[in-house]
Ligand binder design. Structure first.
Ligand code: FES
Length: 170
């Protein structure tokens, strides 16, 4: 059998072999780097943790403001964030509302307006919400205060993700 009858020349064999080995080595280096680069972004969408905010025994039908702190992962950056929530009993249910006004983001307070002591009041543009956090028609906010998921375990109240409510104004 002569050398011309070989289907793959020595030059081609060498090229294929070096390309294969080079590609294998490059993949071996790039895969961990790619995994390292996208890992935080993949984890960022993980389910939120529950944060203890108060004892159930502290709650009444009056909204009370409680601060709570949690770790926030934003892709490659982890920070400690402190927020507040108005937590109250509504019958047997525990309700937790965000104090951030849904008009332009000022902080609302409960019971600070002398004419409407049973409402959340926003001093920025005189926005108002009833005790359930539903926006009062005729004031600037067009949707209710956002609410937190709530879980009660062993007498402790835990807050989860915040969510928008869409029911109409009172
Ligand atoms: S920000 Fe609250 S009424 Fe405008």
């Amino acid at each position: 059998m002569s050398e011309k009858e070989h289907k793959v020349s020595r030059r081609q064999f060498l090229t294929y072999t070096l390309t294969g080995v080079g590609g294998f080595m490059a993949a071996g280096m790039l895969m961990p780097m790619a995994r390292f680069a996208i890992d935080p972004a993949l984890k960022a969408g993980a389910a939120s943790d529950w944060v203890a905010v108060c004892d159930l025994s502290e709650l009444t039908e009056e909204p009370q403001l409680f601060p709570f702190t949690f770790k926030q992962e934003d892709a490659w950056y982890t920070s400690e964030v402190t927020q507040n929530a108005y937590v109250m009993l509504q019958g047997d249910e525990v309700v937790a509302l965000s104090p951030t006004c849904t008009h332009l983001g000022c902080q609302v307070a409960f019971g600070t307006n002398d004419q409407h002591p049973d409402r959340f009041y926003c001093p920025c543009h005189f926005g108002m919400f009833d005790k359930q956090g539903i926006n009062i028609q005729g004031t600037p906010p067009t949707r209710p205060l956002d609410a937190f998921e709530v879980q009660v375990e062993d007498g402790k109240v835990y807050l989860g993700s915040i969510y928008q409510r869409t029911e109409g104004g009172a």
